[in-house]
Design a protein around this ligand. Structure first.
Ligand code: NAP
Length: 263
């Protein structure tokens, strides 16, 4: 299937590693102009070179940006507008929130997670909408978590703010559908990245068991019997964010190998 991405400018935030990186790579394979961002310049620069080498696509660029900072987001979009004129496809991604239950968290933790995990997506969306509206085309994917369908014990910040993302997505889809701006949320279940390895280690430490045992237990909860690979997640993102998707909007999808029992 031709995804019609060769003339599109795609911004993938938080993309030096993990799901964001895999998503940027898939867009580059499709011939899009791909813009990456995250906080650590060294990792980001290496990732961009790696993607260019793997795809022979020279139109892959980066700028550092902390998703928690309004100032850095403004600088990112100034660069995007000045250098590329705008964004056709926005993939909102950011680092995961601090793990913990209700008793572990103070106001400061809640404010930090709100700014990093929800307000950041609101800010990026606000920046791209005028350009998308003017072009009568836009695709926005909000990367969330399986916690939007089934809460995860010990991740109350994710359970809270990612549900907000689903409401945001549905509202945006309804307000901007008439401008051919389609907005969807995609949540990973357990995709093998550094973040998931960190969370598995945390569980192992808390329960006093080995990380291998944690992984084995987790795999048993997944009908497909294994963690997902980042590119398996990325391929679904790329389709939904492409011009080939013409009618699916306002949805909250989970890519989890069948892990969740929730309908
Ligand atoms: N993998 C899964 O199965 C899974 C499941 C549920 C939810 N999620 C969520 O999906 C998102 C991506 O997860 P991942 O597994 O790909 O994580 P990852 O492998 O740890 O990668 C995180 C990426 O985000 C960047 N990043 C972190 N904090 C940032 C910030 N404040 N501003 C800008 N960039 C930032 C990191 O680069 P720098 O550190 O250099 O900034 C890195 O490129 C996270 O929100 C995670 O909680 C993932």
């Amino acid at each position: 299937m031709d995804l019609h991405l060769t003339d599109k400018i795609v911004l993938v935030t938080a993309s030096s590693k993990g799901l964001g990186k895999a998503t940027a790579l898939e867009f580059a394979k499709e011939g899009a102009t791909v813009l990456l961002s995250s906080r650590t310049e060294e990792t980001l620069a290496l990732t961009v070179e790696e993607i260019k080498d793997l795809t022979n696509n020279p139109n892959v660029h980066y700028k550092t940006c902390d998703m928690s900072s309004a100032q850095e987001l403004n600088a990112l979009f100034k660069w995007v507008i000045e250098e590329f004129g705008g964004v056709d496809v926005l993939i909102n991604n950011t680092g995961g929130p601090t793990a913990g239950g209700f008793k572990d968290l103070a106001d400061e933790d809640w404010m930090t997670a709100f700014e990093k995990n929800l307000l950041s997506y609101i800010r990026t969306t606000r920046s791209v909408l005028p350009y998308m509206q003017a072009n009568d085309f836009g695709r926005i994917i909000n990367i969330s978590s399986s916690s939007t369908k089934e809460v995860i014990d010990g991740l109350i910040l994710s359970n809270t703010f990612r549900s907000g993302m689903v409401g945001l997505t549905k509202s945006l889809a309804r307000e901007y559908g008439k401008h051919n701006i389609l907005v969807n949320t995609i949540g990973p279940g357990r995709i093998a990245t550094d973040r998931v390895a960190e969370l598995d280690q945390l569980t192992a430490d808390r329960q006093g068991i080995s990380i291998e045992d944690v992984i084995k237990t987790n795999k048993n909860l997944i009908p497909i019997g294994r963690y997902g690979e980042p590119e398996e997640f990325a391929k679904a993102v790329v389709f939904l964010a492409s011009p080939a998707n013409t009618y699916m909007t306002g949805q909250s999808l989970i890519i989890d190998g069948g892990m969740l029992k929730a309908l």
